[in-house]
Design a protein around this ligand. Sequence first.
Ligand SMILES: [Zn+2]
Length: 312
Amino acid sequence: MVRVYLIKRIINGYKYLSSKCYIPAFCFGGVGLLIGTIWILSDLSDSPEHLTLHEIFDQGIHEQGRMPNDYPQVNAPSPPRSVSWYSPLARQCSGIDRDLQLKLLAARLNQATQRETVVIDKTNFGERYHFDGYGRRLDPTPRVVVIHETVYSLSSALNTFQTPNPLDEDQVSYHTLIGLDGRIVDLVDPLKRAYGAGYSAFLGEWAITNLRFKGSINNFALHVSLETPASGRTFKTSHSGYTDPQYDSLSFVLSDWMERFKIPPAAITTHRHVDLGGERNDPRSFAWWKLQSRLAALGDLCVSLTPESAVN
Ligand SMILES: [Zn+2]
């Protein structure tokens, strides 16, 4: 760890000198430090830590210059329970609804051009962490998809995400929203961390990235939310359900993520399942059979549902 410690010190020094670059001597000092950093990194392949330059910068930025000895010297708490997820999605290679398949394949071409991106406030999302609050390595690769509902209208949700929320506990977002009319709105790059779930775990896994809070799945999750119908804008346990265009669009979003990140069908779950606070029950009135028929029509369910260790 000595070499990594030294590199971090150099990076912090470089950041300081760069901030004073209006003074020529500090500029030259900064350049010298950068050259020194590159020289040390050229020999880094011999290091047992095998950290890349990106990871070291990433760690330095997110942990605000924290050094290895600065981490709390205590054992990190484990998730309180590991609940198995029995996916309602089933493997399906035959019995495809051909009419639905033709409709989806045509609609998929259109959604590729009609899909829109809305910029939300930068306080409501962040980078995925490579280290947790205890200095342990994290795998930030997206590997679980969480389905939500908005409870309120899509425009209300957008307004919330575009509002600056300086307090950590108020920050919220999804990667993608789907309106009642099937409109797909991308809010957060899948490579970044959306704040879709608070206290949560999936198959006994969470990440504690902020020591002020309990663990969460956000660091390795993708969040997609369905606009709630008018009948559901209450706290009742059910409502009239989602529209067919919403299920169509959901299947497109999920199909893209499954392909891009090699996510198995069994890793598509709900906020209700991953929530550990006992406060979330969304998405209410979700018809898994409608998602099943669409993903099967797109060819995404003729695969092993639980490859490797996807499900305990
Ligand atoms: Zn939710």
